[in-house]
Design a protein around this ligand. Structure first.
Ligand SMILES: [Zn+2]
Length: 174
């Protein structure tokens, strides 16, 4: 477990969905961001700032016809081959810059969940669940928070159970 800064009484993480340019229907990945500006937290809760703006780095492009490395395949992007048009699919993608904005370019690029951890003797975990794109978004984010060591197993179970009944809302553990 990582050492904690004793002065850090409150830590906030947001989880969201971000899009990258891709003809795939899976052109979304989940992103995570630590919020250091406390004023931002209330703006995210109120809905004033929930959009995400992302800069991507694509390490590999794939051809949509044979799903091979685009640099090595014989097709030309944008040309038709029988019934298929060769398109570039982004693979091996990394978000290099992520920021919270009031109005995102793509409305699906936004904060879906926010976790506030209050470091007390008995830490308190507050999960805010906002509107999701797909039903699985929230569970993926809760699971991700657990895998990152941000929430304990008991809180993971509690939040998953809470949000299976309420798709949006605020849950506090313990
Ligand atoms: Zn190709």
């Amino acid at each position: 477990m990582k050492a904690r800064n004793p002065n850090e009484m409150m830590r906030t993480f947001v989880f969201g969905s971000a899009q990258y340019a891709s003809p795939d229907k899976d052109g979304y990945i989940s992103v995570e961001l630590k919020i250091t500006n406390e004023e931002m937290v209330s703006k995210i809760v109120s809905g004033e700032y929930r959009g995400l703006s992302v800069a991507w780095k694509v390490r590999k492009w794939e051809c949509s016809i044979r799903h091979e490395n685009l640099e090595e395949c014989p097709h030309e992007v944008g040309r038709r081959y029988d019934d298929l048009i060769c398109q570039m699919i982004a693979r091996d993608i990394q978000a290099i810059e992520l920021s919270v904005v009031s109005v995102p370019q793509d409305p699906r690029c936004r904060i879906i969940d926010m976790l506030v951890v209050r470091n007390r003797k008995n830490p308190e975990y507050i999960w805010y669940g906002f509107r999701v794109n797909t039903e699985l978004d929230r569970f993926k984010n809760i699971q991700k928070a657990y895998e990152r060591g941000l929430i304990p197993a008991k809180a993971t179970f509690f939040f998953s159970k809470f949000f299976s009944i309420n798709s949006e809302g605020k849950a506090v553990f313990p």
